[in-house]
Design a protein around this ligand. Structure first.
Ligand code: MN
Length: 184
């Protein structure tokens, strides 16, 4: 997808792509992921950054595209992260697609906010955040956060999220406990 067409932002944005092979262990149904990988390696999400200096007085911004798809019953999602500077917030604005953002803080409070075009979602400080595409089209969001916030992916890579977003029996989505969660 051409970022500049989606957002109208700079054509100099740098893209990072995350394929299923690199994040398969984050989905709870690793068997389903292995079966999918036999057919090829799906692009699950990508994000674009504008190279703003990583300093407290700056606002880093860019766009995230989470593609539609599922691993077993679990919807395609981003890895999710805390900010290295935990006390820094962020805002996401949904440009197209549908889905949501799942949050959790170190104390175990969990919440979910829906994305649809034109909706802004605020990420409170201290909360890990992960985008989930529950629809049939790419979920495209614009994001902005304090320039020096940094990204802590390791905590989620190690422990996982407490809750996962899966397809519900009657359609739509539901949150379930993560059977692979390795918290306290
Ligand atoms: Mn963030």
């Amino acid at each position: 997808m051409d970022f500049s067409l989606v957002t109208g932002l700079s054509e100099t944005a740098v893209s990072s792509k995350r394929y299923l092979s690199g994040i398969a262990k984050m989905f709870y149904d690793e068997g389903a992921a292995a079966e999918m990988l036999k057919e090829g390696d799906s692009l699950v999400y990508e994000f674009y950054e504008l190279g703003v200096p990583e300093e407290a007085g700056e606002i880093a911004f860019g766009a995230s595209i989470t593609y539609p798809g599922k691993v077993g019953k679990e919807f395609f999602m981003t890895k999710g992260h805390f900010h290295t500077v935990l006390e820094t917030a962020e805002v996401y604005y949904c440009l197209s697609g549908e889905g949501g953002m799942i949050f959790e803080n170190p104390e175990g409070d969990v919440s979910f906010e829906e994305f649809r075009p034109g909706v802004a979602v605020y990420v409170p400080r201290r909360y890990a955040h992960r985008s989930v595409n529950t629809g049939d089209a790419p979920l495209v969001t614009f994001f902005a956060f304090r320039g020096d916030a940094g990204h802590d992916y390791g905590t989620i890579e190690t422990k996982g999220y407490r809750k996962l977003v899966v397809e519900a029996a009657g359609g739509g989505y539901e949150l379930i406990d993560n059977p692979k969660w390795k918290g306290e």
